[in-house]
Write a new protein. Structure first.
Length: 358
């Protein structure tokens, strides 16, 4: 296999890295047989959940870590640098590869393509000491992992997510995002979330599809017909209770820069792949973290004042759950054993992820 073909193989594997709502905010440029450029971008201009581009920057980190892991399978050591003077809205990362005969294939490599989101109920089987230790080790010394494992702790998280979901389902800015990111009627989606992976039953999915055809219809349904109840039960409360544990991962130093959030994304991917290697599924629970960022920075994301007030109230509850400085929180999720999802987001083919100057 030529060096060029090896790079294509690495990128074809790395494209399976996770990104918010499967946006895949990157394009690849092969400079030469030892150098690629990752052209990143963010979605802050249209996506409520990409506060200051942080979710996209974390996705860039997950991709870079996946490239590193994939490269080890071919005996290559990958190192990267953020290209100077590229804007945070369109950062470029230069990745270089060098042969290393002492390098063994990373133990996480086999799980890159099979790692996926499980939005449905998981088993409540407690984590083993080995699983817990593996997750803590994957996070690394720069991060602290908090486990919410008991029924009482999961109930606290469920309460937080119930309140969080009300914001998510009644915020017009969130509606615009949800309208774009769900591929209705699909089992798999190359660039969105397929309907059957959303996590609701068929009847609720059909109702959601009809209601979400216009904001006015959705607002009426939520306001007068208790429209938020069924999705909150199915998407938030029950999944929060039926899992082995929730994880809240905090940086030991408050993240502020693009590179801080890239590093957080690298950590997130290591933790996620480690869970997969230990027969655990994972579902991110990032909206409380994101709404907390809005509250900390005193940014009002919604045209509706009641939504902005709800976000501030949620941030207070999140701070109490975190039990320390909530501004250090970078990743929240639930984990547990479960059967493999029958539906999932897949990825754009590599040919469509190659960078073009046009």
């Amino acid at each position: 296999m030529s060096d060029h073909d090896v790079l294509l193989e690495i990128l074809d594997t790395a494209r399976w890295a996770p990104s918010g709502d499967n946006t895949q905010p990157w394009r690849f440029e092969i400079i030469n047989h030892k150098h690629i450029a990752v052209h990143g971008y963010d979605t802050r201009d249209w996506c409520l959940y990409d506060f200051a581009g942080r979710a996209s920057h974390m996705a860039h980190g997950a991709l870079l870590e996946t490239i590193r892991i994939a490269a080890t399978h071919y005996g290559l050591e990958a190192t990267w640098q953020h290209r100077a003077n590229t804007p945070d809205t369109a950062p470029i990362y230069d990745v270089k590869f060098e042969p290393n005969t002492a390098l063994q294939s990373d133990a996480l490599y086999p799980f890159i393509k099979t790692r996926t989101v499980q939005r449905r109920l998981m088993k409540t089987t407690p984590l083993t000491a080995i699983q817990r230790a593996a997750i803590q080790a994957a996070a690394g010394e720069e991060y602290t992992v908090k486990f919410f494992e008991t029924w009482s702790d999961r109930r606290k998280v469920a309460s937080l997510l119930w309140q969080n979901a009300h914001i998510r389902l009644t915020c017009p800015e969130a509606y615009q995002v949800h309208k774009q990111i769900i591929e209705w009627g699909a089992t798999f989606s190359q660039d969105r979330i397929p309907e059957r992976a959303v996590g609701v039953d068929t009847l609720t999915a059909q109702l959601m599809r009809w209601v979400m055809q216009s904001w006015e219809r959705l607002d009426f349904f939520n306001r007068y017909l208790f429209g938020t109840i069924a999705p909150r039960i199915q998407l938030d409360f029950l999944p929060a209770m039926f899992c082995a544990s929730h994880l809240l991962i905090q940086a030991n130093k408050t993240p502020q820069t693009l590179l801080d959030f890239v590093a957080a994304g690298m950590m997130m991917q290591r933790v996620w792949l480690t869970c997969a290697a230990n027969n655990l599924f994972l579902q991110p629970e990032m909206t409380p973290v994101i709404f907390n960022w809005y509250a900390i920075q005193q940014v009002q994301p919604s045209q509706l004042e009641k939504i902005n007030q709800e976000i501030n109230e949620l941030a207070e509850k999140f701070h109490a759950l975190a039990d320390t400085a909530s501004q250090q929180a970078v990743f929240m999720c639930r984990i547990g054993a479960a059967s493999s999802p029958a539906s999932r987001s897949i990825r754009l083919p590599l040919s469509k992820l190659m960078w073009s100057a046009e």
